[in-house]
Structure formats: structure tokens, C-alpha cells
Design a protein around this ligand. Structure first.
Ligand code: CTP
Length: 434
């Protein structure tokens, strides 16, 4: 039987005023057209833990598309609809995103046939979700606003910090949920429940994971790598014997040895370090972790990984180029750290931020990390004080030569040979005939 209670108090304590108004509006719009609307999934889970979640998933009993269009009429913003699945993505004028789905029988697209989209109840929708902690709904229609709907004693699992599937076929329906289980377990410091863990072992034995090339798997893997500290999750994946499907080339012993863990740890440190330094410079940590895990793999094996999970060719090529470049530099730096800053600059300038962080991860000496850090924090930002106009005033004619001049001045600055504008002028006049 459905257990429901009202969590209005929790809502007003946890959520911002604007969000509460939005939730109420959603309920009113649904009510007006005779539908029921619910907030579901991670949003409700996080609310019950007094945490904000910036993704709002709405399920509608009725027609999600009609509802989404009506909501946008009321609030403004844009809507993209997917007729086949009766879902819609709304972006409000202020950029806030809302995903709308229709409560329905079929959740998944089976290879054989498309799902027959049938309008159905919220209960079935929740039952088809990944884990109990994600299977609660919050009623939004005015009369029942703030009523928490919990058919499967999800609140207990949340209290007990358990990741539990709702039914035995959950991983068969969607093997990527195995990765989600690990991600939630490590992110929230929960525990995968015994029976659920047994189902994961069963899925591994049945090679469920090995047979799929579903891009969802990679999406979930990426999500793991975007967590603040994915190391525990990566180890858990290894312990659950999932590495054999994800990175078969690491067989036979999977190489989860000290060197492997050291590289992953250094990757994590490098990424945190970078985030602290450059809050507004976006990086893609997943690339660093993927390369770190595959540090001892060959390009062909990275290609195989990319093909299997349908990662774009250009991304795949970029990963391989960064890895090969960083590996080579890593070896060179292991032999000798250049004395001249200009030489360091020259060496590292073709690496992306992710490539640089990967290089820090595989570094076998402290000095290598220090060199990369020096490059990131200062060397790469060094520029000449003179600009094109200055060069023209000195009597030079703009053209290819200017590039070389700037790069030579930069090198001279890096190596401390010039300090002021005057130094730079003298430097140019000495080295470039007019
Ligand atoms: N879901 C599912 N099976 C999946 C993916 C998602 O059942 N393979 C359901 C879950 O109920 C989940 C919801 O869809 O709560 C939204 O998915 P997503 O946004 O990926 O996850 P969140 O739970 O919101 O987690 P996060 O905090 O990481 O965004």
C-alpha cells in the first residue's frame, strides 16, 4: 500500500523560494488541464536528504507533451518534444531545465520493437526505475501539494543508506544501472544491498555487460568520472569484476596493481589542483581518468573502447594524440628536466588541459609534476609586452615574420633575457634586420 506523508515543511526549509513557486505552478498548470504532475527521481531523493538537486524531473499522469507546452505558455521558455516517447525538455527563460515524462508502461526501447506508449499510472513508472531511493514522487497538484508518494518503502532504504533495485530484472533491462549503483554508493556513502549485489554478480556471470555496447554505459562511466572523488567507485568497479568488460585489454590480471592505483590517485590530485586554481576554466575530468586507467594500453585498444561505446571519432583521435604526446613527454622528462623555461614551454604547448593533467598522473618523479605545474600556472601565460603596432613603429612590415618575432620575444622573456619593453625592442632590433 502506498505510504504518503506531507513534506511541505521540508520543502520550505530546503528549497529556494523561486523553486517552490515553480513547483506550485507546475501543479496548477497540470490541474487546469486535468492531469496530475509529480516531481520524481533524484530531485525527491536529494530533497529528503535536505540537499538541493538542480535537475527537475517531472512525470505527468496524462500527456506529458500537452502539459509541457501548456507550462511553457504560462512561464515562457522553450520546449523540445519527443512524440514517440511522450517526453519533453523545457528550458525556462532563466536557463532552468525541466525534463517532462509521461507515466507509461514501457520505459525502455527494446531492440526488437519500439515501446508501445501507453498512458498509465505513476506507480508503474516508479516501479520501472533503477533503485528504491530514486523511486519516490512528490505530488504537485494544489490540493495534495507536497505529498510524498512512496509505494516501495523507499524512505526506509534511504534511511538505511541502501541501494536496492525494485525488481530482479532491473539490470537485465538496463545493465548501465550497475554503474549507477556504484556511483550512488560511493557518492552518498551508501551500500549496495545484499540481494542487489547478488544480482550484479549474476549479471557479470551472464555476461550481460559484455554483450552490450549501449552508449548509456559510457554515459554512466563518464558520470562516475565527473564525481568529486571517483577512486573508490573505480576500485568498486574492479572488485565487482566489471573491468573485464570495460577494459578487456587489462586482462589477464587486470593490472589493478600499485602502479595503477598510484596513477588514478595522481589523476584525482591533479584534477582537484586544477579545479582549485582555475574555477572558471572548464575541463573534462573523464578524459583524464579514462587515459589514466588506460595508461598502459595501446592506441588500438583505446580505439576499440571508443568504437564499442560509440564515442565520436574526433574525440577518440584527440584522446589518442594527447596520450601519445604526454607519454612521450613523460619519458623525456623522466630522463631530464629542461633548464630553460622556453624549452619546457615548447615541449608542453601542444597538450590540452586534460593532456597536461594526464601527464601529471603518470609522472614518475615529483620534478615532473612540478615542471607541468610551473607551465600551467605561469609559463603558458607569458606573452610579449610589445604588440603589432610597436613592431610596425620599429619599421617592420607585418607578415609571417611577426609570428616568429613574438615567439622569440616570448622565449626570451621566459628565459629571463628580456624584462622590459625597452629590452624587447633592443632584442628585436638585434635579431631581426629591417
Ligand atoms: N533512471 C532509471 N534508470 C536509469 C537512469 C535513470 O531508472 N538507467 C531514473 C531514476 O529514477 C533517476 C531518474 O531516472 O532518478 C533521473 O536520472 P538521472 O538524472 O540520471 O539521475 P539522478 O537520480 O537525478 O541522479 P544525479 O543526482 O546523478 O543527477
Amino acid at each position: 500500500r502506498e505510504k504518503s506523508k506531507n513534506v511541505l515543511q521540508l520543502i520550505s526549509e530546503t528549497l529556494d523560494r523561486d523553486l517552490i513557486i515553480l513547483l506550485r505552478t507546475i501543479g496548477e498548470v497540470a490541474e487546469d488541464i486535468g492531469f496530475k504532475a509529480y516531481a520524481v527521481g533524484g530531485f525527491v531523493r536529494d530533497l529528503l536528504q535536505k540537499q538541493k538537486n538542480l535537475d527537475l524531473d517531472i512525470v505527468v499522469e496524462g500527456d506529458g507533451i500537452i502539459f509541457a507546452k501548456q507550462l511553457v505558455k504560462t512561464l515562457g521558455g522553450r520546449v523540445r518534444t519527443h512524440d514517440r516517447f511522450k517526453t519533453a525538455n523545457i528550458t525556462l527563460a532563466n536557463g532552468f531545465k525541466i525534463d517532462v515524462a509521461t507515466a507509461r508502461l514501457e520505459y525502455y526501447e527494446y531492440p526488437a520493437a519500439l515501446p508501445t506508449v501507453e498512458l498509465s499510472s505513476i506507480k508503474l513508472d516508479l516501479y520501472r526505475r533503477d533503485f528504491t531511493i530514486n523511486a519516490m514522487a512528490l505530488q504537485l497538484n494544489p490540493a495534495l501539494f507536497g505529498t510524498l508518494i512512496d509505494f516501495f518503502s523507499c524512505q526506509n532504504d534511504l534511511k538505511d543508506k541502501l541501494i536496492k533495485v525494485l525488481h530482479n530484472l532491473s539490470f537485465v533491462e538496463d545493465p548501465s544501472r550497475i554503474l549507477r549503483a556504484v556511483r550512488f554508493e560511493k557518492r552518498m556513502d551508501f551500500k549496495i544491498a545484499r540481494h542487489t549485489e547478488r544480482l550484479i554478480h549474476g549479471a557479470v556471470k551472464m555476461d550481460l555487460f559484455g554483450k552490450t555496447n549501449n552508449p548509456r554505459i559510457f554515459t554512466e562511466l563518464k558520470q562516475i568520472f565527473e564525481e568529486e572523488n571517483p577512486i573508490l567507485a573505480i576500485r568498486r568497479l574492479a572488485d565487482l569484476e566489471l573491468f573485464q568488460f570495460l577494459w578487456p585489454d587489462l586482462l589477464p590480471n587486470l593490472k589493478i596493481d600499485r602502479r595503477f592505483l598510484h596513477i588514478i590517485r595522481q589523476a584525482q590530485q591533479a584534477i582537484s589542483w586544477f579545479h582549485l586554481l582555475y574555477l572558471d576554466e572548464p575541463i573534462e575530468p573523464w578524459r583524464v581518468y579514462l587515459l589514466a586507467i588506460m595508461a598502459r594500453s595501446r592506441p588500438r585498444q583505446i580505439e576499440t573502447f571508443c568504437e564499442r561505446f560509440q564515442i565520436h571519432d574526433h574525440i577518440c583521435r584527440e584522446l589518442i594524440i594527447q596520450k601519445l604526446t604526454a607519454d612521450e613527454i613523460g619519458n623525456k622528462l623522466y630522463g631530464r628536466i629542461p633548464e630553460k623555461n622556453s624549452e619546457i614551454n615548447q615541449m608542453l604547448k601542444n597538450l590540452t588541459n586534460e593532456g597536461l593533467l594526464y601527464l601529471m598522473a603518470i609522472a614518475r618523479k615529483k620534478e615532473i609534476k612540478k615542471t607541468v605545474s610551473l607551465y600551467v600556472t605561469s609559463l603558458r601565460n607569458v606573452q610579449s609586452l610589445l604588440n603589432g603596432d610597436d613592431l610596425k613603429k620599429l619599421g617592420y612590415i607585418p607578415g609571417e615574420q611577426f609570428k616568429k618575432m613574438f615567439s622569440d620575444i616570448t622565449d626570451a622573456r621566459l628565459d629571463g633575457l628580456v624584462k622590459s619593453r625597452e629590452d624587447e625592442k633592443q632584442f628585436i632590433l638585434k635579431h631581426f634586420p629591417r
